[in-house]
Design a protein around this ligand. Structure first.
Ligand code: CO
Length: 141
């Protein structure tokens, strides 16, 4: 069901510093910050050869990242995102298998403008999993 690792998301207390670390210390290609008010986050994408790192920082009130940073003040891995070709079919299979989908169970439009779902971390060894629908023909070679 799952395809490529689309990104690993890391919640960071200082977005500028985190972006500078990836750019200057690790020598990665780092994009400009993107405010996503509807998701309560500002993101910075770090492009890797085979995947991406998504640096997440809280934006506005009720950010889903705020509580995480309260519990992990120095930041930490927040979720991993796997690509699937058919999100509705994936959701059906997962629910039938006993996994829980967060929220109302319906796909939302994620940070890349594509439909996403999040799976309950308690069903996956304490790891929050995001599934993103990526049509195979849209994937870069
Ligand atoms: Co994500």
């Amino acid at each position: 069901m799952i395809g490529r690792l689309n990104h690993v998301a890391i919640a960071v207390p200082d977005l500028e510093k985190a972006a500078a670390n990836y750019r200057d210390l690790l020598g990665a290609e780092v994009h400009h910050p993107q405010a996503l008010p509807e998701h309560g986050v500002t993101v910075v994408f770090v492009l890797l050869e085979n995947s991406k790192i998504e640096l997440l920082h809280p934006l506005g009130e009720n950010s889903p990242i705020a509580k995480f940073l309260e519990a992990n003040p120095s930041g930490g891995m927040h979720h991993v995102c796997f690509e699937v070709a058919d999100l509705a079919a994936a959701a059906e299979t997962l629910v039938a298998g006993g996994a829980r989908i967060l929220g109302d169970g319906k796909p939302k439009i994620g940070a890349h403008g594509l439909p996403v779902l999040f799976l309950h971390p308690k069903d996956f060894d304490g790891t929050l999993i995001e599934l993103e629908e990526v049509k195979p023909e849209l994937q870069p070679a």
